[in-house]
Design a protein around this ligand. Structure first.
Ligand code: PLP
Length: 387
């Protein structure tokens, strides 16, 4: 056995894991703030808005009413009903509560899906650039991530993903709107993917975390809504984190075929048990309550998107106008590597970003605009000064 205190004292699965680069950058930025440096943090994807009052009130009421015990591992029936009603209302897909499970944040929801469906060596196809968590979680589940680089400007199209399907493919994962690029998959591409996954008997995992953050005319399209065959092969993942400014509450969910949902329920009984009971009540208030808070936040994000992207372009950066999510994804200038640029921005301009290489996109930076316009403006001024 390796001696305690050495790297080998821990399991291979941990040695093979790359910790979240976004969280590392966020921690660095926060440590600098703690030491008195005025860092503008554009690293983490966290809305700066506070959780709306009616959602907080529901949790406070639950705690005061003594709703502080274990609940069923996959969430209380009332929450499952609220999630199913949301999916019917907003996504046009009809799920029974037995086809829905609540998890401890979207991150755990995604991980639970991989743990529930992957046997050792099963391949999961993921488009790149990608949120790196997907790849690490697939490996944790003993699956094999197969990344498919999309051509710039990173449009999510079906053909390159389908080309990589082999006898070992278990699922294709799509994340639209996409973290980090903000790309929104065209409806016809989603239709092709859903149809072909059904025809080939593989799952289509749809991470819909940013579904409300779409700035063009087209509405979000959920592949599960495209027909019975399609629905039978789609696993939808979502979270209240971004839509309702509830990142700290840790409440995500999965909707999909009953055996997968039962597997995740079973897993939760041995992993975390239920998501926090008060957070479940808060999520019910979020999903069933007034939705104007979402519209207001999205309207503000739209303004910030223009401010940041146009500011970056004025500073000489090449930057696509993202159709969704809340990230700008400019190309770094010159020959410098994105890691070095992100480091220089942090050290010299006190702007925290995440290097594109963390998302399998060398030569780019991810900048979250989930922060105030004043801070974005200040960041752009610092950038101009640095240049
Ligand atoms: N999926 C994507 C694509 C994300 O970017 C995130 C968070 O950044 C999540 C899922 C998970 O969100 P959470 O765990 O905060 O609910």
């Amino acid at each position: 056995m390796a001696p305690p205190g050495t790297a080998q004292a821990v399991a291979d699965r941990i040695l093979a894991l790359t910790p979240s680069p976004t969280m590392a950058m966020d921690a660095k930025a926060k440590a600098m703030v703690q030491s008195g440096i005025d860092v503008i943090n554009l690293s983490v994807g966290e809305p700066d808005f506070d959780t709306p009052e009616h959602i907080k009130a529901a949790a406070i009421g639950a705690i005061q009413d003594g709703f502080n015990k274990y609940t069923p591992a996959g969430g209380i029936p009332e929450l499952k009903e609220a999630i199913a009603a949301k999916l019917a209302r907003e996504n046009g897909v009809s799920y029974s509560p037995s086809e829905v499970v609540a998890c401890v944040g979207g991150k755990q929801a995604v991980c639970n899906v991989f743990l529930a469906i992957c046997n050792p060596g099963d391949e999961v196809i993921v488009h790149a650039p990608t949120w790196p968590t997907f790849l690490e979680q697939i490996k944790l589940a003993q699956g094999t991530p197969v990344t498919v680089p999309l051509a710039s400007p990173f449009s999510i199209t079906a053909a390159p993903l389908l080309e990589r399907v082999t006898a070992n493919t278990r699922a294709i994962l799509i994340n639209s709107p996409c973290n980090p690029t903000g790309e929104v998959a065209p409806p016809e591409e989603l239709r092709t993917l859903a149809r072909e996954c059904a025809a080939r008997g593989i799952y289509l995992i749809a991470d819909e975390t940013y579904e409300h953050f779409i700035y063009g005319d087209a509405a979000h399209l959920s592949p599960a809504s495209l027909g019975a065959d399609e629905k039978a092969h789609v696993i939808t993942v979502n979270t209240v984190s971004k839509t309702y400014a509830m990142t700290g509450w840790r409440l995500g969910y999965v909707a999909g075929p009953e055996p997968v949902i039962k597997a995740i329920n079973d897993l939760m009984t041995q992993l975390t048990s239920n998501p926090t009971s008060a957070a479940q009540k808060a999520a019910i208030a979020a999903l069933t309550g007034p939705q104007d808070c979402v519209r207001d936040m999205v309207a503000e994000f739209r303004e910030r998107r223009s401010l940041l992207v146009e500011g970056l372009r004025n500073a000489g950066y090449s930057c696509a106008m993202p159709g969704g999510a809340f990230y700008a994804f400019p190309q770094v200038k010159g020959d410098e590597e994105d890691m070095a640029v992100a480091d220089r921005l942090l050290q010299e301009a006190h702007i925290a970003t995440v290097p594109g290489s963390s998302f399998l996109a060398d030569g780019y930076l991810r900048m979250s605009y989930a922060t105030s316009r004043a801070k974005l403006q200040e960041a752009l001024e610092r950038l101009q000064e640095l240049l």
